[in-house]
Design a protein around this ligand. Structure first.
Ligand SMILES: NC(=O)c1ccc[n+]([C@@H]2O[C@H](COP(=O)([O-])OP(=O)(O)OC[C@H]3O[C@@H](n4cnc5c(N)ncnc54)[C@H](OP(=O)(O)O)[C@@H]3O)[C@@H](O)[C@H]2O)c1
Length: 344
């Protein structure tokens, strides 16, 4: 089978499609023929060596797939064989085959293509934990979604609209029209304007009830300052560290600079201002499969009810991995980028 190997940390030349032996599931595993696999910002950071949770190289990235179950281990019910499924994987999803634990597998909703289904797990689970589980967003509240045009951003917009909250989002200006059509109440061009000033103008200096922030560094302090009383800040990424495409020492230096510029939140300030801060890292929730199953059930019900609408912007083959990585890094994507892998 074919897999996309990240042979070492670095630029696009470290991405190589390799032929390797077919996989066999162990006792509690399921073997999936992968039809589509999501590309995430974390894969870009991992390529460049900026992702502390990434596997050591050479490695195969890929956290999520959609495909068909080919074979199951001895402890797994044979009912799965032949079923179309979505699965979360701890890497290795950007390949023609992947093996995962049974508890990470969910039935694929029939109304979605494999490409759309592969766009669900990481983006929607992250947004769900940020907004529902930890952020507690309600219909009388407002939210600022940073990177609203990215994969998590569009998932967050679906959830916020389902809840009925007022929505503000930051994104490059070329994405604003799409976001307005998708129901975002106010877009802010954070690349040419000071987003905090714009948000304060739009909210008559009140701020918002929830900010979800994948930018990191100093931006977390600014997002904290954008909260109104009883507001919450959910931190979940450090995209500001991604300043070049090469990886190596420059990328490591940028990561260290970002970490050093992160704010320290004072408990007394939070108490006096009635504000809260929390963090979300989906990659550190593998030990909570029961919780993940409940969140996923709610999201898949959203697919059935028609308000979870994953938007696949562009698909690439594994051989086009360089173009796929470039597309994300050049901020061209609106919604999800997916590898289209096998058809049958
Ligand atoms: N903690 C978690 O569990 C978790 C899970 C999923 C994702 N994340 C994080 O959430 C963020 C968004 O993920 P995603 O999958 O939604 O992203 P994505 O779909 O890959 O979208 C990336 C978008 O982010 C914006 N962006 C901001 N800073 C950027 C930079 N330095 N370089 C390139 N693009 C940049 C760009 O759009 P605009 O410029 O138009 O805004 C770009 O199109 C990432 O930081 C990711 O690591 C965290």
């Amino acid at each position: 089978m074919k897999q996309l190997t990240y042979i070492k940390n670095g630029g696009y030349d470290v991405l190589q499609v390799q032929e390797v032996a077919d996989l066999t599931p162990s006792n509690d595993e399921v073997l999936i023929r992968v039809h589509a696999s999501g590309l995430n910002f974390a894969d870009i950071l991992a390529r460049k060596g900026q992702y502390p949770d990434g596997p050591s190289t050479p490695c195969v990235m890929g956290y999520e797939v959609s495909g068909v179950v080919m074979q199951v281990g001895s402890q797994v019910t044979g009912d799965w064989v032949g079923k179309e499924v979505i699965a979360l994987c701890r890497f290795k999803g950007q390949a023609e085959q992947v093996v995962v634990k049974e508890m990470q597998v969910y039935e694929k909703p029939k109304r979605l293509t494999h490409q759309e289904a592969a766009a669900i797990p990481v983006n929607y689970l992250t947004a769900w934990v940020l907004m529902v589980t930890m952020g507690g967003l309600s219909s009388d509240e407002s939210i600022l979604i940073h990177n609203a045009g990215g994969g998590v951003g569009i998932a967050a917009l679906d959830i916020a609209r389902h809840i009925g909250a007022k929505t503000y989002g930051t994104a490059s200006s070329r994405k604003h029209e799409f976001l307005a059509d998708r129901g975002l109440d106010h877009s802010i061009d954070y690349r040419t304007k000071d987003w905090l000033e714009e948000l304060m103008k739009l909210t008559q200096n009140k701020g918002v009830d929830l900010v979800i922030d994948p930018l990191g560094g100093k931006e977390w302090k600014r997002s904290y300052n954008a909260l109104r009383s009883t507001g919450r800040l959910g931190m979940f990424g450090i995209s500001v560290a991604s300043t070049n495409t090469r990886g190596g020492l420059a990328a490591k230096f940028s990561l260290i600079k970002t970490v050093l510029s992160m704010p320290k939140f004072s408990p007394l300030s939070m108490l006096d201002k009635n504000r809260g801060v929390f963090g979300v890292n989906l990659g550190h929730l593998w030990h909570e499969p029961e919780k993940a199953a409940l969140w996923m059930k709610a999201i898949l019900k959203g697919v059935e009810d028609g308000w979870v609408k994953p938007h696949v912007d562009k698909t690439f083959t594994l051989e086009e991995a360089e173009q796929a990585h470039r597309y994300l890094e050049e901020r061209k994507n609106i919604g999800k980028v997916v590898f289209s892998i096998s058809e049958n």
